[in-house]
Ligand binder design. Structure first.
Ligand code: SF4
Ligand code: SF4
Length: 385
């Protein structure tokens, strides 16, 4: 359906919107971007508005691209003279949040799983984790029931042989990698359009903006997603979570190097590098997700896609549980509870892995691609029509 809508404000600004879109959310985003493109009051707040200004019309890929430049900080809603109850009903954060949620399902591979996770994200993720834990318990119990219930001096490989653990992790880790390849390829194909090729400088700029969460600053004062008073807490908790995750990943890499490079077998001492990295990262994965969970409960619901917050919740809950079970395993690794705790921890970690392609985690990857495109467009100064 070809649209051509004209809005007239009391201050005599006119907005003309044209476009063909498949969903109501895309049509609404087109309407808002057309209004914002005429107004341009928010152009200093984040990357969404400068990227929008490079366009006169918006196809589906453009709108999806803009949605992943948004951090949902809320600043443009509070600053907007056309936000509800104004008749223009401009609510950019909620509309872009809806588009992002649509894109998780739209680009997910395989798509039937995306539906299951989108509808009941937390329940499906927890059931997946419980199923993997039950599988590990069954596997160990079948091979050597005593290994599950007796103290093993912290030797995880007496509960589950190293080869079996690597095979299980390898198989489950391969799945999200494969899913990401399909999803990111489809996403990039849709948003790329005729954007210029990203050079090294654009890539570096996009990476720096991603790692510093530059656009979660709400234009400088902070995020206003809980109230009109800007706060840096959401940005802080995102940082703590992100770097906690990276440190835990680094701990796993160092432990792998110890095992294969130097022939040093786990368990490692509490003062060893992999354990220290894991402890610091684990603290980040307790504090960051807990903070994000609390802030999400306080967030003004008018700024969100109210119907779909489940996968966001599932992601932070699974990160928290990964860290919690990891700490319990480390503290009780010399006790008879180690076998069960190891099974539980593996179940949570692998359940988290399997849910990654369908929720908030993939948004980080889409955002990186969107920022690469944004940096390339800014550097070349191109204007796509
Ligand atoms: S959000 Fe409102 S104030 Fe900001 S650019 Fe759009 S219409 Fe203007
Ligand atoms: S909510 Fe924040 S990040 Fe999103 S468009 Fe508005 S100002 Fe930009």
């Amino acid at each position: 359906m070809r649209q051509s809508l004209r809005f007239q404000c009391t201050c005599d600004i006119q907005f003309v919107m044209t476009g063909m879109h498949a969903t109501d959310a895309l049509r609404e985003a087109d309407r808002l971007m057309t209004v914002c493109n005429a107004c341009r009051y928010c152009e200093g707040l984040c990357a969404v508005f400068p990227a929008m200004e490079m366009r006169r019309t918006f196809n589906d890929g453009d709108l999806t691209y803009l949605s992943h430049l948004c951090h949902q900080c809320g600043a443009c809603f509070h600053d907007c003279q056309y936000s509800p109850p104004h008749e223009f009903d401009v609510n950019v954060p909620a509309t872009l949040a809806t588009l992002r949620n649509d894109s998780y399902a739209g680009y997910a591979w395989p798509d039937f799983l995306a539906g299951a996770f989108a509808r009941n994200g937390l329940v499906v993720t927890l059931l997946t984790a419980a199923s993997v834990a039950a599988f590990v318990i069954g596997f160990v119990g079948f091979a050597d029931p005593a290994a599950l219930w007796s103290a093993q001096a912290g030797d995880f490989y007496k509960v589950m042989p190293h080869g079996a653990m690597v095979a299980l992790f390898g198989l489950v880790a391969l799945y999200p990698i494969l899913a990401f390849v399909f999803s990111l390829r489809a996403f990039w194909r849709d948003i790329h359009g005729d954007a210029p090729r990203a050079g090294a400088a654009a890539l570096w700029q996009a990476l720096a903006d991603t790692l510093t969460l530059r656009y979660l600053g709400g234009g400088g004062g902070g995020c206003t997603s809980e109230s009109e008073r800007p706060s840096g807490r959401r940005r802080l908790y995102h940082h703590v979570t992100f770097y906690g995750f990276l440190l835990c990943f680094a701990a796993t890499c160092v432990a792998t190097l110890y095992h294969y490079g130097f022939g040093w077998r786990a368990p490692y001492a509490f003062y060893s590098l992999p354990v220290l990295l894991g402890i610091i990262g684990g603290i980040g994965l307790l504090a960051g997700p807990a903070g994000l969970f609390v802030l999400a409960r306080k967030r003004d619901s008018i700024l969100t896609d109210r119907a779909r917050t489940d996968m966001d919740t599932a992601f932070v809950v699974m990160l928290f549980l990964t860290s919690l079970t990891g700490f319990l395993l480390m503290i009780l690794r010399d006790s008879a509870a180690m076998g069960l705790l190891l099974s539980l921890h593996l179940g949570v970690v692998l359940g988290l892995f399997l849910s990654l392609p369908y929720g908030k985690f993939v948004h980080g990857l889409y955002r990186l691609l969107a920022l690469i495109k944004y940096a390339a467009e800014r550097r070349r100064g191109t204007f796509a029509e």
